[in-house]
Design a protein. Sequence first.
Length: 157
Amino acid sequence: MFFVLLVVLSVLVTGIYPAMAKPPLPEDVVIVPPETGIAAARFSGFWEGRWIRNYATKQYPEGEIRVAVERVTEKEMDIVYSRGAWEQIKENYQRIKGGTVERIEISGKTYILATFKLNKEMKLTLRMENGASTIYAEFINEKNQKSSVFAILSREK
């Protein structure tokens, strides 16, 4: 009886928060080591996480996200942004070259901010606090309004 209960609970939990495969990246991804002394050099490499939809105080998990930061200079960054399938969204990836890199101050803290144009209405921003080991990702519309979706990315394992 106890075993049956465990199986039923496992199926219910798996149905609510299904395990997802990592979103795809193209086979030709190449990480170019950044020059020394570049502030945004810590972005270089592979990152992964999960989009979270934020409604007031409730947060709901959305699809998976992967980012390969292929090239970093003092003022630009090239990435491959990949998202997993979730509800009506199909998994896909997009290579974006020439994202802008800048230093910004928020409440006395220094951040590196990279901004990438996804299409004519949306931008993807990646932000890392000075000295941090995670990246905060979010969407911004053409009016510079933040969406209710964000992700915290960690180095890919």
